[in-house]
Design a protein around this ligand. Structure first.
Ligand code: ZN
Length: 317
């Protein structure tokens, strides 16, 4: 039997047929059109049917359809409460796609689905309770407890970027101040890098970006730190301290078996995770004999959306 995973994004909708080992048999992408979501779901139904036909399968071979969608999702009812990317409000996605396909549908926020994907098919499959932090433009994430996605009361769960790291700190888009996201996202790392460069005109960071601050990205400080530039090393250490302080909070709340980093910054891999582990060791992470948490890098990468969505179905079997 197979799972179908659908990853809805602001510009494309990716769908794939996934087997019980998490391998993708066939996948495709269609454009996210500016049409009523009900009409869009009819197109997703056709997209899935074509994929099944290309794999010599039918809907009878499918256990269910998982859908990852950006925004505030009520997973239990399968409703997209609000998605600013898609401009969908109170859309009954589960009900609509079930009517179109005749299969059972499960919907979750895309970051939550990606977290479950890493636990069922990815780097964290040997772990039961896992927190994932997606280190990108913002900080997203998900919570899996005993191999089950934690969905909260009516969605809006796993807003892991919006815990307070600094009381009365930097303003955040969510309306609060000092959120973790303002210190641990790629956007934050870029800001910290620029601030350090302005104070250190002799840093090799300047040559790395042709003396153009606008060319600083999330990789700049890491690349120069690896070459031994003192300013870059300080930037990376500062970033690691912020990220690790957040991880310590998640360790103290959940004591998860693992924390998985995803998103652009996670591409630093072991260079980043080793530094975080060093910080955690130094600051009471194995506090009074509490179990230590593995720090891992997400492995599903480009297919994380499809496989994560498929894992919503796999989790139930
Ligand atoms: Zn916030």
């Amino acid at each position: 039997m197979y799972y179908v995973g659908v990853d809805i994004g602001g510009t494309t909708i990716k769908a794939g047929i996934v087997d019980s080992s998490g391998a993708i048999l066939a996948k495709s992408a269609i454009i996210t059109e500016k049409i009523a979501p009900e009409k869009q779901m009819e197109k997703v139904g056709e997209q899935i049917l074509k994929l099944l036909q290309s794999s010599n399968l039918s809907f009878d071979d499918v256990l269910g359809i998982g859908v990852g969608c950006p925004g505030a999702i009520n997973g239990k009812r399968g409703i997209v409460g609000y998605s600013s990317n898609l401009k969908w409000t109170d859309f009954h996605l589960k009900e609509t796609l079930e009517r179109v396909t005749g299969k059972s549908v499960r919907v979750a926020n895309d970051a939550d689905a990606a977290t479950l994907g890493e636990v069922i098919f990815g780097v964290a499959k040997d772990y039961n309770t896992v927190i994932m932090l997606t280190l990108g433009t913002g900080v997203g994430g998900g919570i899996v407890i005993d191999k089950k996605l934690y969905e909260g009361t009516n969605g809006m769960v796993g807003e892991l970027g919006h815990i307070t790291l600094r009381a009365n700190g930097l303003p955040c888009g969510c309306g609060r101040k000092g959120c973790f996201e303002q210190y641990a996202s790629a956007t934050a790392l870029i800001r910290i890098t620029k601030e350090a460069m302005l104070k250190n005109k002799n840093s090799a960071l300047w040559q790395a970006v042709d003396n153009d601050l606008e060319k600083v990205d999330g990789k700049t400080a890491f690349a120069l730190a690896k070459q031994g530039d003192k300013t870059a090393i300080k930037v990376v250490d500062k970033y690691v301290s912020y990220l690790s302080e957040g991880c310590l909070d998640y360790c103290n709340i959940f004591r998860p078996d693992a924390i998985v980093f995803g998103g652009g910054i996670s591409k630093e891999g072991k260079y980043l995770t080793d530094k975080v582990v060093d910080y955690l060791e130094k600051y009471e992470y194995g506090y009074r004999g509490t179990p230590k948490t593995a720090i891992l890098t997400a492995t599903l990468k480009n297919d994380a959306g499809i496989i994560g969505a498929a894992s919503l179905v796999a989790e139930e079997f």
